[in-house]
Design a protein around this ligand. Structure first.
Ligand code: ATP
Ligand code: MG
Ligand code: MG
Ligand code: MG
Length: 484
């Protein structure tokens, strides 16, 4: 019978426990004290120091399900979320690791055994990618991995991939190596026959997607960019839990699984509608169902929404969700906080921290929602008017001064303004926006220069000194733009 999400998560852990892996808890999604990373974005993050040899391994084989967030830095999937069916902001990554223990052979054999023998996925739907090599660096094709895949897959289901997709590096220096991704073709039988697999892997069709990435760290990249063999080779794998559930439950969208459907039903109920009726409403429901998970887990793991850094990332996500609810589902009052019970129903077993923090999460989310809703309507009206004026003036580019007013006075994060503009076929003048931000920064700096040395008592209702926060927040926006 069909596995539920809960059973799927458990079966992964049980499988790797049966292969002598120690099952470890997820690290917090919020990363504190690492200047290079705000949020956990992959299962391997918590093992970085073991992999680098900075701390001894506790166990040579571990496996887990890791809470991940991909909304900033190297991985930013935010724009995809709600529009495609398989990228989330927060998702769970199932993973198994070998620290100087087993290597490619076992990693590939066990991945296959788990997907095909245990979970009974149809092997005809599976593909594996292997590193094609990089002659410039003297790197050969990963024939070793290909050889193991050939035990199971016909040659036309083993696909070469380039350095970008199939060679993983921790950074400019350090552990690195080829990887093999497993992709699954979820298209209906007839379509699969019409379009053979060769060009379909992950690039051309939303139902042919990557589910599992097996990284084989076998080199160490030195400061002069040369490669030497890594003394203790490392296996690092990551499988998208929600995607696996989709495949197992015979769905074509992660949102149609029991990971998301209970939450979506509650959202639809609140809005007096049903999921699957209206394109825009469906996007909004998917976005909200996705974002509430991110916000709840961020708060649980110690990151409250705020004006700076990681806190501003969370605030942006919350405001994005609130605005989707406002515009497409008619939500005029706080509603996100009411999703906590159903979220706990679906995820509380696996992540009891959610239950423990329920009251705090509800309180913070409700306050955040209410505070944004106070200016949202005026802000949207202003933006509508400005969009009209802009178009009337014969351009699709909103000036940065207006975008800055929306940001500064109405609490519209830049990416929210951009999103609304995009929905209307418009964009913003970023340089102007940044110039306004720069001016604001200087004003704050001048104010700070005058005020240092004195205590400033802020009474309720008075505006706060926000100089420091604004620097931080600007840095985040600029970084965000570079990455996009
Ligand atoms: P994709 O190419 O689909 O964006 P990726 O190559 O960026 O995935 P990896 O860094 O290899 O992903 O992460 C390992 C696995 O985590 C992927 O194979 C995929 O199943 C899953 N995954 C990655 N990003 C997301 C996301 N935003 N939402 C849900 N699952 C994800
Ligand atoms: Mg990606
Ligand atoms: Mg990929
Ligand atoms: Mg990948």
């Amino acid at each position: 019978d069909m596995l539920t999400a809960k059973e799927t998560r458990e079966s992964f852990k049980a499988f790797f426990a049966s292969k002598d892996h120690q099952i470890v808890p997820s690290a917090p999604m919020v990363v504190k004290g690492d200047p290079t990373l705000m949020f956990t974005n992959a299962g391997m993050n918590q093992f970085k120091d073991i992999i680098l040899g900075n701390v001894p391994r506790k166990s040579p084989r571990v496996a887990d399900s890791q809470k991940c967030l991909r909304v900033s830095g190297k991985h930013n999937d935010l724009e995809e979320v709600g529009h495609d069916t398989y990228h989330h902001t927060m998702f769970e990554m199932l993973g198994n690791w070998s620290f100087g223990d087993y290597f490619k052979k076992e990693a590939i054999n066990w991945a296959w055994e788990y997907l095909v023998d245990v979970l009974k996925l149809n092997p005809e739907r599976l593909y594996a990618t292997v590193f094609e090599g990089s002659p410039a660096e003297g790197l050969e094709r990963d024939n070793e991995a290909a050889g193991y895949w050939e035990q199971y897959l016909p040659k036309d289901h083993i696909i070469n991939g380039n350095k970008h997709d199939n060679f993983w590096e921790m950074g400019d220096t350090g552990p690195c190596g080829p990887c093999s991704e497993i992709h699954i073709d979820l298209r209906p039988e007839e379509e699969r026959k019409v379009l053979p697999g060769q060009d379909m892997v992950n690039k051309d069709h939303p139902q042919v997607i990557e589910i599992w990435n097996l990284v084989f760290m076998q080199f160490n990249r030195k400061a002069d960019a040369s490669l030497e063999p890594l003394p203790a080779k490392v296996i690092d794998t990551g499988m998208g839990f929600e995607r696996l559930c989709m495949a197992l439950q015979g769905k074509t969208s992660n949102y149609d699984t029991d990971v998301f459907q209970p939450i979506i039903k509650v959202i639809a109920g609140m809005a007096g509608t049903v999921y699957g009726n209206d394109k825009e409403q469906d996007v909004a429901m998917r976005v909200i169902a996705d974002h509430i998970r991110t916000i709840a887990f961020a708060i649980t793991d110690g990151q409250l929404p705020s004006n700076a850094k990681a806190g501003y990332v969370i605030r942006r996500i919350l405001r994005r969700a609130v605005r989707y609810g406002y515009t497409f589902l008619g939500r005029r009052e706080a509603f996100m906080y009411k999703l906590l019970p159903v979220l706990i129903e679906t995820m509380g077993d696996a992540y009891p921290e959610l239950i423990a923090q329920k009251t705090l999460i509800e309180k913070v989310v409700k306050e955040e929602e209410e505070s944004f809703l106070r200016t949202l309507e005026t802000g949207i009206r202003l933006l509508d008017k400005k969009m009209e004026d802009t178009k009337a003036a014969g351009t699709n580019v909103l000036n940065g001064v207006d975008a800055f007013t929306l940001y500064d006075t109405y609490g519209f994060p830049l990416d929210l303004t951009e999103l609304i503009l995009r929905e209307n076929g418009m964009e913003v003048n970023i340089d102007e926006f940044n110039a306004e931000m720069q001016k604001q920064k200087e004003r704050a700096r001048n104010a700070a220069a005058i005020e240092t040395g004195d205590w400033i008592t802020i009474k309720e209702g008075e505006s706060k000194f926000v100089g420091y926060d604004l620097f931080e927040c600007e840095a985040e926006i600029l970084r965000y733009r570079q990455i996009k």
